[in-house]
Write a protein that binds this ligand. Sequence first.
Ligand SMILES: C[S@@+](CC[C@H](N)C(=O)[O-])C[C@H]1O[C@@H](n2cnc3c(N)ncnc32)[C@H](O)[C@@H]1O
Length: 222
Amino acid sequence: MNEDTQIEQPPVQSDQQAPHLDLEALVVKHCRTRWRKPIPEHTQKTFDYATAWLAERGNPTVVLDSFCGTGMSTKCLAEQHNNAAVIGLDKSAHRLTKHADTSDKYLLLRAECEPFWQLLVTANIKVAHHYLLYPNPWPKSSQLKRRVHGHPAFPLLARLGGSVEMRSNWQIFAEEFALASKLIGFTGKLDRLEISEPWTLFEKKYSERAQNLWCFRGIFSS
Ligand SMILES: C[S@@+](CC[C@H](N)C(=O)[O-])C[C@H]1O[C@@H](n2cnc3c(N)ncnc32)[C@H](O)[C@@H]1O
């Protein structure tokens, strides 16, 4: 195949051509049934560490960077939200240990996001701004329940309150996230994103490849 006949692959390959037909019923079901899963002991310990860290700082406004990867975005967000306590969460020790900086302005924690969100809700800790930057797309249609908005813990985002910002390089994923967010009470908008300074390593990689990026920004309103 020569250069002229090469067909460019879409950035995310999926058997879905549109938002999943089961999405709405799934999210409605998750809103009606409370997600109950035992909290892992290590997540409880990590959460206790986080609440002590917040208390030492006089319990300021909380900004959450869920699925933070190496924490590059967490550092960026701490610079932008000067008076807030910024917490980055990721389950991968491998990614988190790549974070070279140290700062007392933000905290990087190894934890599964979903039980951590549950603990925040139970402790009645509200999140002023919640960033979910490039969550795993799980692109096969059979993987809907693995996507962040197909997970039974997704309605917890509404109970954390505040604003959400989700970025993705897969338009259908972003459309699904926007639909699901509306169902749990967020009012917001999906836009194409132009990147000048990448916030994350994935964002850097996608923008270097000139991929289209999508951003849903919403505010919890009911
Ligand atoms: C595609 S990467 C994006 C990382 C980072 N936000 C970025 O843009 O560079 C997705 C990240 O989500 C993390 N992750 C996936 N599921 C998770 C979960 N349930 N709880 C916490 N982290 C999770 C993975 O370890 C991975 O670092």
